[in-house]
Design a protein around this ligand. Structure first.
Ligand SMILES: *Cc1c(COP(=O)(O)O)cnc(C)c1O
Length: 428
């Protein structure tokens, strides 16, 4: 499908039925797969033949949807995981081991920050955080002898900063390591990081890709471009024999195009077992079939709401990369000419109290720990996801106490603005 437009890939990518086969992706609701001989099965275990043997590692339904995501992002291989957290962990841990070092943007999803800064630290993997808009010199200075990977988010959740993907990719490659980009917020409809030099792309499919708040899930897509063998000493897991797989060297046997995902499946999925349920993969695919129709509407509503809030006297500050006045507007235009996403952040001078009173007054927008859904929802991080932090800590993390994050859904913008407007009237 590689010559088709992104819309066509959203609808038909990943799965082409043969004569008499189901038109929709079949849900293979089976934990296991039958073989005529033990020798046939042995070939699968040795990775000599491709096929399915146990759904903890792979399932055809998941692979159809993963193949669609690979086409959408312009990659060579992909896998689904049980959550976005699992996707980012697998993507990083597939390269890093005890003694490795990660360079990461500091402006990333809270769960990923915790994963890297605390949980992976317990595994002996260290990190240096850099600002998403750091200079080339600052970025270079973050590297160490043992740096294995650079990580960032295209549009960060919740800070809405935009990553300079081209610069981060260039510097990563100069140091002989790949760039992983979490592309959850723009989705491949609005940005394809691989076209800007990213090597591996991750997703929380829980967000826009599903788009209906129905299933938690994640995905990893490999560009197939990073030459592991050219940096043999840095990536022994990919470039030297794997004793747990009969001495296979992934980068030799599966090449640049297949090594990363094969290793992540054969080792990490085998050992950690964070597979996405085939039922969820099916529902995820229904979401992706309309992704190209939904994303422009999310952007339209996000822009309308951001422009309304920007002019409102009760609102102190609005963050939305699509606003001309936004610090990240130029970068957003460069990487996401059609717009980024429908998430808008704005701040009340009156702090928590004003934010909470505003949210209480909303009738259409619901209070939820969620974003990127068909239904508009909002959250005050200071009293929910970040409630353990003091006002000073919140300020330092660019999440002031009076901040509201609003994820604009697919409703009519007029109704959303009327709802926001009446709720603002009730704020003192
Ligand atoms: C939500 C989110 C995650 C985590 O995904 P889950 O599916 O909730 O595990 C990772 N990255 C970003 C950018 C997210 O928004």
């Amino acid at each position: 499908m590689s010559n088709y437009e992104i819309s066509t890939k959203c609808v038909q990518g990943g799965y082409t039925p043969k004569n008499g086969e189901p038109r929709q992706i079949p849900i293979v609701q089976s934990t296991t797969f039958k073989y005529d001989t033990s020798e046939d099965m042995g070939k699968l275990f040795d990775l000599e033949a491709s096929g399915y043997f146990y759904t903890r590692l792979q399932n055809p339904t998941n692979d159809y949807v993963a193949a669609k995501l690979a086409e959408l992002e312009g990659g060579t291989a992909a896998m689904l995981t049980s959550s976005g957290q699992a996707a980012n962990f697998f993507a990083l841990f597939n390269i890093c081991e005890c003694g490795s070092h990660i360079v990461s943007s500091s402006s990333i999803y809270g769960g990923t920050f915790n994963l890297i800064a605390n949980t992976m630290a317990k595994m002996g993997i260290e990190v240096t955080f850099v600002a998403p808009d750091c200079t080339e010199e600052e970025l270079n200075a973050a590297f160490k002898e043992n740096t294995k990977v650079v990580f960032g988010e295209t549009i960060a959740n919740p800070a809405l900063t935009v990553l300079d993907i081209e610069l981060f990719a260039k510097v990563a490659h100069e140091h002989g390591v790949p760039l992983i980009v979490d592309n959850t917020f723009p989705t491949p409809v609005n940005c394809r990081p691989i076209e800007w030099g990213a090597d591996i792309v991750t997703h929380s499919t829980t967000k826009y890709l599903d788009g209906h708040g129905a299933c938690v899930g994640g995905a990893i897509i490999d560009s197939g471009k990073f030459d592991w063998m050219a940096h043999k000493d840095k990536f022994p897991g990919l470039t030297t024999p794997d004793d747990s797989y009969h001495g296979i060297t992934y980068a030799e046997k599966f090449g640049k195009e297949g090594a990363f995902i094969t290793k992540a499946t054969a080792q990490l999925m085998r050992d950690f077992g964070s597979i996405q349920a085939p039922q969820h993969a099916f529902i995820l695919n229904l979401g992706i079939e309309s992704l190209h129709v939904r994303m422009p509407k999310h952007v339209e509503n996000g822009t309308a709401v951001a422009e309304f809030l920007e002019k409102h006297p009760k609102v102190k500050k609005v963050s939305y990369p699509g606003l001309k006045a936004d610090k990240y507007y130029d970068k957003a235009m460069k990487y996401m000419g059609n717009g980024g996403c429908g998430v808008v952040s704005f701040e009340f001078a009156g702090g928590r109290e004003a934010a909470l009173s505003f949210m209480k007054g909303l009738k259409l927008a619901a209070i939820e720990t969620h974003v990127a859904d068909a239904r508009t929802c909002c959250l005050n991080p200071a009293t929910s996801t970040h409630r353990q932090m003091t006002d000073e800590q919140l300020e330092a993390a660019s999440i002031p106490a009076g901040l509201v994050r609003m994820s604009c859904g697919l409703e009519d913008a007029k109704d959303l603005i009327a709802d926001i407007s009446q709720a603002l009237d009730g704020v003192n």
